[in-house]
Design a protein around this ligand. Structure first.
Ligand code: SAM
Length: 272
């Protein structure tokens, strides 16, 4: 996109957006100069972020495939991001063509692109809601039009809670979501973790995210993510980097190494 394209209301192309920075990591074109500049700055601090972003997408795809095979055919993708390859409805529909998917985000460009992509796709919807207001989110009428929360649903929280710095709020929103899920439902979570980073590198990585509408990036480690799964049964292998969450292994491929001193996107799936 160029900064001169017709802009949906509420967009300032000069302020980087976390959705559009992530789109740049994934090699997408739905971003502006300010997004690319902030993303490039972060990539200088963490050159592996592009591979991590793709590994995060691959984790999401494996988790959705697994749950769809297990009979979970409703997905609530919160902080869904700009459409990319292997969107959740495409992955779910490969296994279960009857699967229902609601995408939720707060970024107006994400909503505009999602709606354009999905206008002819039945059983899907795109909704504006804020994960920090979980009661209002769950009560959104368009979610109720597509999903039946009295039946098992998978709530996907992929790479979104690190944009909610308030620990008490994160604990509370998880508890509200969990409280609404019927047995057989799942929470699929991925989250940024800084590892054993030094202060200077942490500051350099924080800087571009402080410029965004989200205002920062909050690291959480394995213990904290396990705590957020409280009341849910964590599926094996627990909390691990996304690459190590049930990877597809071919032939005698080596196990994916887990080194929790390194920066990572961590993954965990919990079952209600
Ligand atoms: N879930 C996708 C994935 O993992 O590939 C996209 C992740 S992207 C890094 C984070 C998304 O969360 C962005 O689209 C952003 O707009 C959205 N987001 C950030 N804060 C949010 C909030 N408070 N409520 C809902 N969505 C939010």
């Amino acid at each position: 996109m160029t900064d001169h394209d017709v802009m949906p209301e509420g967009i300032d192309p000069g302020v980087p957006s976390v959705a559009r920075m992530y789109n740049h990591y994934l090699g997408g074109k739905d971003n502006f100069a300010a997004d690319r500049a902030a993303a490039e700055e972060f990539m200088r601090v963490l050159p592996g972020i592009r591979e991590m972003a793709w590994a995060n997408r691959a984790f999401l795809s494996r988790a959705v495939t697994l749950l769809a095979h297990q009979g979970v055919h409703q997905f609530l993708d919160v902080g869904s991001g700009l459409p990319t390859r292997e969107n959740v409805h495409e992955v779910a529909h490969r296994v279960a063509p009857q699967a229902r998917v609601v995408y939720v985000d707060i970024d107006p460009i994400v909503l505009a692109h999602g709606r354009a992509l999905l206008q002819d796709t039945p059983l899907t919807s795109v909704v504006r809601a804020d994960v920090r207001e979980p009661e209002a989110l769950l009560a959104h009428p368009e979610i109720g039009d597509v999903l039946d929360l009295t039946r098992p649903v998978a709530v996907l929280l992929a790479s979104v809670l690190h944009f909610v710095p308030d620990e008490a709020l994160v604990t509370r929103l998880m508890s509200v979501l969990r409280g609404r899920l019927v047995p057989g439902s799942h929470v699929v979570l991925s989250h940024a973790f800084e590892g054993d980073v030094d202060d200077e590198t942490r500051e350099a990585g924080q800087r571009p995210y402080r410029l965004t509408g989200a205002g920062g990036l909050t690291s959480r480690g394995p213990e904290r993510l396990a705590e957020l799964m409280d009341g849910l049964e964590m599926l094996e292998p627990g909390v691990v980097p996304v690459q190590a969450w049930r990877p597809e292994r071919h032939g005698d491929e080596e196990e994916v190494p887990v080194d929790l001193t390194l920066p990572a996107i961590l993954a965990v799936v919990g079952r209600r």
